[in-house]
Design a protein around this ligand. Structure first.
Ligand code: 1HE
Length: 266
């Protein structure tokens, strides 16, 4: 599938292409980008059908908030079976984000709460801006996380911090979130997209198989025993190194034609 034939239209999610980067924007600001079934379907369709020439996705939200989480108006009448199906639907969608085709950068501002934090934690890189704050109000709403938060958020900040957030309603601001691992970057307000574009450019310049290995193998190895993980590492390493892109890049370095691994702390 090419960018020109991308079949996607939605009034909840805008998708634009800038060369090898797909920019996805949640476009439901009047409801603080609350996630209803239609938005889950739109995200699923967009990620499953990503054009082959896309190398990185940037995901952000329109309006004053990244995402207010689950659309609470949709859950009041659900029975247990419907709730399970609803949660599994989020899981299926988010699986195609974390373990999809290319790395995803989330640009955060305002509320990143409930299912909004679950969505952000599914992405590979999170860039926060000072207005960002994180919360898991499920506890206060009589709910539990259902959009993969129990599996993904403790892997970022630990079970104890997530337990505290859910039991006490504790929130973290952008600086605190950066310190505990909710974001990898914190940039001045309004500069999140520029930072994301700069990072996406670097990511897109990598060999696709290297990026694929990072996003597919690293989280799985973290879930494996050390012995199994090291074996997986050897397999993934061998597959990446046998790719022509790796051979070309190694030759370029050895003949002085490739950039050095100089300091890059930004
Ligand atoms: C919503 C939602 C929503 C806003 N579902 N409609 N998430 C939450 O518990 C967070 C709920 N939202 C809020 O606490 C606040 O909206 C915010 C702090 C994010 C923003 O406040 P504010 O003052 O900017 O906006 P607002 O006036 O509260 O909301 C504007 C409109 O958006 C309003 O609708 P309106 O028709 O009266 O204009 C709100 O009702 C609507 N709105 N958030 C539905 N979440 C898979 S499991 C995941 C479980 C969860 O995510 S639980 C946590 C849900």
């Amino acid at each position: 599938m090419s960018q020109a034939s991308f079949p996607f239209t939605s009034d909840l999610l805008a998708v634009d292409f800038e060369g090898p980067v797909a920019i996805m924007r949640l476009t439901r600001p009047t409801k603080r980008n609350a996630v209803n079934d239609a938005l889950i379907a739109a995200l699923y369709t967009a990620f499953v059908n990503l054009p082959a020439d896309v190398r990185c996705v940037i995901l952000h939200g329109e309006g004053d908030h990244f995402c207010a989480g689950l659309d609470l108006s949709e859950v009041t009448e659900q029975n247990a079976a419907q709730s399970i199906a609803h949660s599994r639907n989020w899981h299926a969608c988010f699986e195609h984000i974390q373990f999809g085709k290319v790395p995803v950068i989330a640009v955060l501002h305002g509320a990143v709460v409930g299912g909004g934090l679950e969505l952000a934690s599914t992405c590979h890189i999170r860039i926060a801006q000072p207005s960002t704050y994180y919360a898991l109000p499920e506890g206060q709403r009589g709910l539990f996380v259902g959009g993969s938060g129990s599996a993904r958020i403790p892997r970022l900040i630990g079970v104890a911090r997530m337990t505290d957030m859910m039991l006490t309603g504790r929130t973290y601001d952008a600086q605190q979130g950066m310190e505990i691992g909710l974001s990898q970057y914190l940039v001045p307000e309004g500069e999140g997209m520029a930072k994301a574009r700069a990072l996406a450019e670097r990511i897109a310049a990598n060999a696709p198989l290297s990026n694929f290995a990072v996003m597919q193998a690293l989280p799985r190895i973290a879930d494996q025993s050390q012995s199994d993980g090291l074996f997986t590492e050897s397999l993934m390493s061998a597959i990446a190194a046998s790719d022509q892109a790796a051979k070309d890049r190694l030759n370029a370095f050895l003949t002085g034609k490739a950039a050095k691994a100089l300091k890059n702390h930004e």
